[in-house]
Write a protein that binds this ligand. Structure first.
Ligand code: GLC
Length: 570
């Protein structure tokens, strides 16, 4: 099952009586009972802790800030939160460089506060998922410090990938592997060996062929499950295992990042990693109602489906949807492919529009199609982006996403319609990508700017003082305070959409395509809710039934372009 071209859907299209007759509908998903685990239809809200809410006024978000905003999260109607890494860390890669997997970074709080959060979130009806970072540790982790002290070939070094170099004096890296952040994936230590880091040099890769590493992570899983977390988002799930003879890779870095689907890549999506996942799954199966979701940047649904076989991850992120351009054909085919791949192994899709690694989707959808996202980030250019258009599409995309079967992962701030901050001064850039790419890539700071909670104040209510990254002036009007209770605000749109979804779309209901053309996408769920998105440039007729919600104003019974609407029959 590879990437398919647009499939002709005329066979699925109903014979028209009114504009949206349902005659002749054909299901593409089997009807399954509603008694399924919570995560199959959950809305999960991603907390980039550092930028969510600052409880102690030091400019950095933290656990106490998060606890103080739990009521906001439950008012949004989400089922769970996923908290980005909160562990002890030098924060060279925003916490994805873990120095101690069993304790909390003092900047973010204490272990007791983490426990308090888990309990209080539960009381507020929210489950807590945390980030597991198994591919690499920080160079400040005890294991890595011990490896540096130890000699070549020692058990301490075998927890990582230490190798001799090439060249007469071992002066060249062991192979040509490139770091995903730029530059070589190898760094040399004073005794001449090289260690592998497929990200920053401060993030040495663990050796997953080593039983000690595997045992350690089983223990870490149990540690957090025993503290009451409801599961894990697993970082870099596709790269855990490396080919044991470390051959040169054929792909260059560009290919590696954008299209890593080769079936026999030495470090990407290797078949051996599934054995590790099965071991983790057997641990999770000892607990009640917990979930593991993979961050697997693999292309090709056939590869992705392997991660969600019944004894592996419960779910995987599917970044095809996020990457699809704003056109009906591309989006519809990612939806179909994701549905058929995941359901073929008994799982269900996840839908994501933004996260802490990508340009916020308001900006993505507003960029002129001929403009390269990275160039725009680097050089700016107001003439290259139309944020009003981006927001209109983002709101429509949200309604589309909430109407789909499966679960939804929201990234903090998307419910406010926040855009990417593309003009952060160079002096504040924190993402290691900026330096490692020799300043040719801006990195991901622009989607990590702290949230605006109020219309005024030193950091728009993020904390009592400033914020670790500067917020744009126009975020005053996008703040929670400015949007709360305002009928047509993005925040209220999200609240209403999640409420209707929770009431009507729980469970694995059918999705039935009603209309698919380059301009219009429409489908119905078993419950009767119909979602229509107008991708074209002129208004289209409203589907029959009552309007439950629309992403923008409707005009004289018509759905304007870049607008989505939900209807249901009387
Ligand atoms: C994942 C994280 C990203 C991090 C990388 C290395 O892709 O989402 O933020 O930089 O892993 O840990």
């Amino acid at each position: 099952m590879g990437r398919r071209g647009p499939r002709r859907l005329s066979a699925l299209r109903p014979r028209r009586r009114g504009p949206w007759s349902t005659e002749g509908l054909k299901a593409i998903l089997p009807v399954v009972s509603d008694q399924r685990p919570w995560w199959r239809h959950a809305v999960v809200y991603q907390i980039y802790l550092r930028s969510f809410a600052d409880g102690d006024g030091d400019g950095t978000g933290d656990i106490s800030g998060l606890i103080s905003r739990l009521s906001y999260l439950s008012s949004l109607g989400v089922d769970a939160i996923w908290v980005n890494p909160w562990y002890v860390s030098p924060l060279i890669d925003g916490g994805y460089d873990v120095a101690d997997y069993r304790d909390i970074n003092p900047l973010f709080g204490t272990l007791d506060q983490a426990k308090e959060l888990i309990v209080k979130a539960r009381q507020a009806g929210l489950r807590v998922l945390i980030d597991l970072v198994p591919n690499h540790t920080s160079w400040e982790h005890e294991w890595f410090k011990a490896a540096l002290q130890a000699s070549p070939g020692s058990p301490e070094r075998r927890r990582y990938h230490f190798l001799s170099g090439r060249g007469e004096h071992g002066q060249l890296p062991p192979n040509n592997w490139k770091s995903a952040f730029g530059g070589s994936a190898w760094t040399r230590v004073p005794d001449g060996e090289w260690y592998l880091h497929i990200f920053d040099k401060s993030q040495p890769d663990l050796n997953w062929s080593n039983q000690e590493v595997r045992d350690e992570f089983v223990d870490i899983l149990r540690y957090w499950l025993d503290l009451g977390v409801s599961g894990f988002r697993v970082d870099v799930a596709h790269a855990l295992v490396k080919q044991s003879d470390y051959p040169d890779a054929v792909e260059d870095r560009e290919t590696l990042l954008s299209n890593p689907y080769s079936e026999d890549h030495p470090l990407w999506d290797r078949p051996e990693l599934h054995e590790v996942v099965r071991e983790w799954r057997s641990v999770l199966d000892e607990y009640h109602d917990v979930v593991m979701v993979a961050e697997a940047w693999v292309s090709g649904w056939n590869r992705l489906a392997l991660y969600v076989r019944p004894d592996e991850y419960h779910q995987t992120f599917d970044f095809h949807f996020l990457r699809a351009p704003w056109d009906s054909d591309s989006i519809r085919s990612t939806i179909e492919d994701s549905l058929s791949a995941t359901t073929s192994v008994g799982s269900i899709p996840t839908w994501v529009l933004s996260n802490h690694d990508v340009v916020r989707h308001v900006s993505r959808y507003g960029l002129r199609p001929d403009v390269d996202e990275r160039d725009w980030l680097l050089h700016g250019g107001d003439d290259q982006i139309d944020l009003e258009l981006g927001l209109r599409r983002a709101r429509a995309a949200a309604l589309l996403m909430f109407a789909l079967p499966g679960s939804v992962y929201l990234y903090q701030g998307e419910e406010l319609g926040l855009h990417e901050v593309d003009d952060l001064p160079e002096a504040v850039l924190d993402d290691p990508v900026w330096d490692r790419s020799a300043h040719t890539e801006k990195g991901r700071d622009g989607c990590r700017v702290p949230l605006p909670w109020s219309r005024s104040g030193p950091s728009f209510g993020f904390g009592e003082d400033g914020s670790w990254l500067p917020q744009p002036e126009d975020w005053a009007e996008l703040s929670v305070e400015s949007q709360e209770g305002v009928e047509d605000s993005t925040l209220e749109l999200y609240r209403r959409a999640i409420r209707i979804r929770n009431e009507r779309l729980r469970g694995d209901q059918d999705l039935v395509w009603i209309e698919n053309s380059p301009k219009v996408m429409a489908f119905r769920r078993t419950d009767g809710l119909m979602c229509l998105v107008n991708f074209g440039s002129s208004p289209v007729a409203l589907p029959e039934g009552d309007v439950l919600l629309s992403s923008g104003p409707l005009k004289s019974g018509l759905v304007p372009s870049d607008t989505a609407v939900w209807t249901a029959k009387r």
